[in-house]
Design a protein around this ligand. Sequence first.
Ligand SMILES: [Zn+2]
Length: 147
Amino acid sequence: MTQGNKPELVANFDCPVCSLKELLATLIEGLESKGLPAPFTKAMADMVKTQGWMRPDTTFYLNIWEDAVYDKAWFNKIPNGSEVPAYHVYLSVCSGCGCIYAAKLEKSTAVRKTGGPIPPAIILPKGTQLTEDIKKSLEGIDFSKLG
Ligand SMILES: [Zn+2]
């Protein structure tokens, strides 16, 4: 499967644990809101960005899970060129509580592209002379491996 179209953003998330703490702080009198801590992955990426080794607009994630949605046992039943849904899950780590969470979800499509069966090689007997017409019709074929 190969990437079909450009991934479409489904949702961005903050740390669910710290978001709940913030919500409770706003609901309970006397508790001060501290704001959400930055993701650990952002702090690490900022260190690299200050050294000029990472594009400023790039976001670093702990891991990215992505795949197409199909039954792997039935892969050969899917015709070449068919599109199936694909997902991308971007993981981050909260620097406040250590929670590993899905920071971003994207969806796209994947296209089945296989080379198909390899055609049999053309093997000519040694000493075969090709006429110019045959040579022209076979342009683009690598004959360097023939004897
Ligand atoms: Zn957290």
